[in-house]
Design a protein around this ligand. Sequence first.
Ligand code: DQA
Length: 144
Amino acid sequence: PTVLVLNGPNLNLLGRREPDLYGTATLAEIEARCHAVADRHGLRVDFRQSNHEGVLVDAVQEGADGIVINPAAYGHTSVALRDALAAVDVPTVEVHLTNIHAREAFRHTSHTAAVSDAVICGAGAHGYELALLHLAELIGGEGR
Ligand code: DQA
């Protein structure tokens, strides 16, 4: 099974973007950790990032066996991304590095979380690994 790990706007800057908030791990380091966990659980990871809402919608529409999505700011704003996730009906886990509920009020709602099977926020980069573990339970994979 292939899991699409989809990252939204500004996550390409991880490592140097507000490190006190988002940590020092780069997106490339997070990708490496995702591949390591996926390998152990018989999953394949297709890891992507875009700053463009429509590119994220296209990626969701391509289909996958599971989706891990950090929609970043688009989670709070994008009905289009929410509708794309609802349309494909693929097991989905939403991840935020930070605890969005402990931050500004405009981050407390997520349109995409409402159509996700699970949401992990506040666990930093580890959240991606937790999300993959949960998808391994939902969609299977070898070597569990
Ligand atoms: C984020 C939280 C969002 O509110 C913010 O816009 C981001 C990153 C997170 O991973 O904590 O860009 O999704």
